[in-house]
Design a protein around this ligand. Sequence first.
Ligand SMILES: Cc1cc2nc3c(=O)[nH]c(=O)nc-3n(C[C@H](O)[C@H](O)[C@H](O)COP(=O)(O)OP(=O)(O)OC[C@H]3O[C@@H](n4cnc5c(N)ncnc54)[C@H](O)[C@@H]3O)c2cc1C
Length: 461
Amino acid sequence: MAPAQNPISSKHVAVIGAGASGLIAARELHREGHTVVVFEREKQVGGLWIYSPKSESDPLGLDPTRPIVHSSVYESLRTNLPRECMGFRDFPFVPCVDDFSRDSRRYPSHREVLAYLQDFAREFKIEEMVRFETEVVRVETVDGKWRVRSKNSDDLSKDEIFDAVVVCSGHYTEPYVAHIPGIKSWPGKQIHSHNYRVPGPFKNEVVVVIGNFASGADISRDVAKVAKEVHIASRGSEASTYEKLSVPTNNLWIHSEIETACDDGSIFFKNGKAVHADTVVYCTGYKYKFPFLETNGYMSIDDNRVEPLYKHVFPPALAPGLSFVGLPGMGIQFVMFEIQSKWVAAILSGRVTLPAPEKMMEDLIASYAMLEALGIPKRHTHKLGKIQSKYLDWVAEECGCQLVEPWRTQQVDRGYGRLVSNPENYRDEWDDDDLIKEAYEDFASKKLISFLPSYFPESGR
Ligand SMILES: Cc1cc2nc3c(=O)[nH]c(=O)nc-3n(C[C@H](O)[C@H](O)[C@H](O)COP(=O)(O)OP(=O)(O)OC[C@H]3O[C@@H](n4cnc5c(N)ncnc54)[C@H](O)[C@@H]3O)c2cc1C
């Protein structure tokens, strides 16, 4: 940790977004002694976890003028991580055993995550800091401060000056649509998972789902309940891959990636097989986008790399006034938001200092060179994968907070392993009772819980 040279000071900070990252950023900033205004364009906290049956008018999300629906959650979505490792550290995401309206499963539905975030906001009085139905439309630096222009539900604009802005606006709203040769003349329907809600519209269809990780695995099985056939195109699989999967509906196949789409409606896979499909569902991920941010060209997004961004949080020449919480995807999310937020709060108060901008740039250039040397594509810059725990330990040490508990990382690794080996039932059949026990013993030792859930290994379920 770099020792502070300055006395601790309180800043006036704008937080953009009241999803999981904005809520924890607001709490950590407030705890550090800053005054906080959270801007949220929705009517409630929760961000991604606010399910809406509505989807966007353009199913692929390519039309830049389309009205945005923020959430990408589908009706049947359950978490892809066990709840113990998901929650914030001093507010564990444990079942509410005495409230039967809540979902006590280890991998609960999206509604339970929203309820948890609402509980968190209530517990730490965060809603008092939030301006709902207020969209930030422009952020720019003026004389060393930050001007935030927002627009409320009456379409009234307001400019305000802040010492700092923390961007927590999420990055699962702007679809990334993988290119398929020949798709322009292919006559079927196309939809990105961002706009997928329920399987009904795919009844009796032949559907090709592109992508086989969390969303692809879920959506293909959801659609298979009503579709005639579902064919998953999996980029990670060998070119010869062709397998009928053992699912109750008996209508699901996995293939290697798509070779080409043709104007007669057929889709050819690299394994030489072809299907005549009605719909293609793209589960191919998302793009970063910050339409409100004006940095006079200093920051840019190139091939999904947000640059320049020291440790995925601070743009060197604009730090510490501008920061980003929540950019790296996958792995432990909420705890990463928490540790990044503690760092931002500590830097803004002067308790911890950042290196000089040129030193941060040197570090960044070295990290980009390292990615290139390892053959990691630019678009995966913010996918930390296996190095997430090392990254989080670095940030935690920098701001003097507790390192991530090893059981959390182990739960993520074992959970993802099960997702790959048993996508049908990985949420309900697990092999890590030891890690559940460790998690609950940890919560109990910190006096964070007073009961155990039914699936706790010693509760005799
Ligand atoms: C399908 C899916 C499933 C997932 N499952 C899991 C899981 O099981 N476990 C897990 O830990 N993570 C999961 N994630 C990752 C998840 O996105 C994060 O856990 C987390 O909820 C993201 O929080 P966030 O605050 O960064 O973004 P969001 O939740 O998207 O919140 C951003 C907020 O900013 C607001 N906003 C945006 N722009 C503006 C603006 N200009 N002005 C004002 N407000 C604005 C939005 O309205 C929104 O409320 C999943 C992601 C997806 C897409």
